[in-house]
Write a new protein. Structure first.
Length: 369
């Protein structure tokens, strides 16, 4: 979408915001030592000089540029770090459920991820020699198919028995934070049995939990549709991840294409938030990021105010009154009905009689000679 800017408009402005200068951080994380620290990815910034928008103009908001360190992880705490397992000696019928495998947060590749899980399943907590459960677990990655192959080999007291390891992606108590994409499976309980190897359902994607960085702000509320909720949301821009972990994600002005026209009378405070594809906060692990938000102005009629205070244009956003997805859907339905009503009124206003002939006074009578 494009807008025509003219010399009579209020001058454009660019707000350069560094997360290090935040007025208030709005989220914290729990550290290993039990202390908490702020998450730099979610904060408020109070503008010292309010931006007042003329009543006959409206603001166009867009992301001008951004510099974001790729310091977040592809395996994250409480996102995709927990694997529920159940282990059975099928021959004897004994089953036990050990503690879940919890993968420490970090940036893993297909080999280091497989190595960690393999070492865990081959360690003492996942073997029960006293109940004839002893085995060697292995994972191998094929560069041709991009899939894992899983194998179990009974050993020691379990030689000659059938051993089964179940990975409970569907019924496990921690299934909401399962790394099923990273292990190459659909959402289902997976049975790995010693009688045959198992190849993963899908191609392994170690970045399955995040394919882009979403910049969200309170300045826009319905300019971008979020398929997760099916409604328009406060996404300002999505940045593709085109660098390796440890690099810097850049967004430059010539890449800025999406602009949102909003009905704001004044800008005094900004809320900035970085999330993944599923609206989960991105922990930058102590590093800061910078964004530049561009604000242009165009002449436009203010939204039509109805007696009940509702706007025909429902793009007004209030930080203190952020509507729920259900309310947004209801408002969209009302907006459609109101626009149709307004169009009907304008059509009726255009129905006028034929104008009188110039020079002929109203009510005059023709005089015959």
């Amino acid at each position: 979408m494009s807008y025509t800017l003219s010399s009579g408009n209020m001058a454009s402005k660019i707000l350069y915001i560094n997360s290090e200068d935040a007025s208030q951080y709005l989220a914290t994380k729990l550290n290993v030592d039990g202390t908490t620290s702020p998450l730099n990815c979610y904060f408020n910034y109070t503008v010292k000089e309010n931006i007042e928008i003329p009543s006959n103009q409206r603001a166009i908001i867009s992301l001008n540029s951004a510099t974001i360190p790729y310091s977040f992880y592809n395996i994250r705490d409480d996102v995709n770090d927990t694997i529920d397992v159940r282990i059975t000696n099928v021959t004897d019928g004994f089953t036990f459920t050990p503690t879940p495998i919890i993968v420490p947060a970090g940036n893993y590749d297909v080999y280091s991820f497989a190595e960690y899980i393999t070492n865990e399943l081959n360690s003492a907590p996942y073997q029960d020699v006293g109940n004839d459960i002893e085995f060697t677990f292995a994972m191998s990655f094929s560069t041709d198919s991009q899939k894992y192959t899983y194998t179990i080999s009974p050993k020691g007291v379990s030689v000659g028995d059938v051993i089964k390891v179940e990975i409970l992606f569907n019924t496990g108590i921690n299934s909401f934070k399962k790394p099923f994409i990273e292990l190459g499976f659909r959402i289902r309980d997976v049975d790995i049995i010693s009688t045959a190897s198992l190849i993963s359902d899908n191609v392994v994607d170690m970045n399955g939990s995040i394919h882009g960085v979403y910049v969200r702000t309170n300045l826009v509320s319905n300019g971008t549709l979020d398929s997760q909720n099916g409604v328009f949301s406060n996404i300002l821009s999505r940045l593709p991840i085109n660098v390796n972990a440890g690099g810097i994600i850049f967004a430059t002005p010539n890449e800025a294409s999406h602009k949102s026209i909003v009905d704001l009378r004044s800008i005094s405070q900004l809320t900035i938030r970085l999330t993944d594809d599923r609206n989960r906060l991105l922990d930058l692990n102590g590093l800061h990021f910078q964004v530049a938000i561009e604000i242009n102005f165009i002449y436009a009629e203010r939204p039509h105010i109805l007696p009940n205070g509702r706007n025909i244009d429902d793009s007004f956003y209030s930080v203190k009154n952020d509507m729920s997805p259900q309310q947004r859907i209801l408002n969209a339905q009302r907006q459609t009905a109101l626009i149709k009503e307004q169009e009907k009124e304008m059509k009726n206003k255009r129905k006028v009689g034929r104008p009188r002939k110039v020079g002929r006074p109203k009510g005059s009578t023709k005089i015959n000679d």
